[in-house]
Design a binder for this molecule. Sequence first.
Ligand SMILES: Cc1ncc(COP(=O)(O)O)c(C=O)c1O
Length: 360
Amino acid sequence: MSRLHSRSWVREAVRIIEADANRSADTHLHVFPLPAEWGIDLYLKDESVHPTGSLKHRLARSLFLYGLVNGQIGQNTVLVEASSGSTAVSEAYFARMLGLRFITVVPRSTSPEKIALIEFYGGECHYVDRAPDMYPEAERLASECNGHYLDQFTYAERATDWRGNNNIAESVYAQMQSERHPVPTWIVVGAGTGGTSATFGRYVRYKRHTTKIAVVDPENSSFFGAWETGALDYATGMPSRIEGIGRPRVEPSFVPGVIDEMLQVPDAGSLAAIRLLRERTGHWAGGSTGTNLFGAFTLISRMISEGQAGSVVTLLCDGGERYANTYYNDEWLAQKQIDIAPYREMYQEFLVSGKLAPVV
Ligand SMILES: Cc1ncc(COP(=O)(O)O)c(C=O)c1O
């Protein structure tokens, strides 16, 4: 594929993307209120306030810069991705900014809200019936139109600068500096591509922080089994019900070596937690944030039982408005036979006693 793109076009494209970053403020770090006597503080990094509404705004920016500096994106390049949603929304935004055509391969089951968002930013959706067909179809489409496959699952860990450069980890530590426990005991994130956990895991090791990284995994996902057994070919072949995280196979950007602990989280626990978040803080989040909160509460209850003070940081990954007709709709939950009531009780008890009694 020997083609040289005009250097002046690439220079201007990089300027436009950097200008977007320069116009954007950093995302907030919110406090989740816990009883003061616990001596533990919980924070949520609010990635829903990015211009395209999720943590994927950072990844999309990195993937575009990575493609531009590698000579893979030029003024006539058709961009292709395989995404279940958030990444495609952000990539469509950057493609439009550069005046490029953007096609994303999505499962037919993707929520109408996400499809509307991708098309709002000028993206085109190309449907496949089965989630595993997304990757080969994206590759076929890219070669058919002599385009560039951005391929978040492969390049997320490579395109993101783990040393700093205002990555999400550097931003968290800067915003924690004046807190009573500035170096978190735990950082809790989920995994879709695995890029976010790789960035945090590498950064804390590079900066020689004592912080440990915990990755939460929803039902049906392959990551926990792979991490626990060490078998990176571990595959469930099953889709996740928590949009954005959990994968039918282990993705190339998943870096198990930087993960100190993994926790499996029941979907009902994730979806009960985002209701609690809204009640206690007013913040409206997507399902993967609930998975993060379940993980954070589990580690906090352990810290309490071990008499350990400290801070825990997790992510508010995207906004809840995208899930008004699903996770926040009781009929949808009933249809999916997801009973969140026992977990809502569990969280009420936890926020009083600090004990997270397992739901049987
Ligand atoms: C809403 C949401 N949360 C969490 C994640 C996980 O992030 P990562 O892909 O960096 O593992 C994603 C990824 O798509 C997402 O869309």
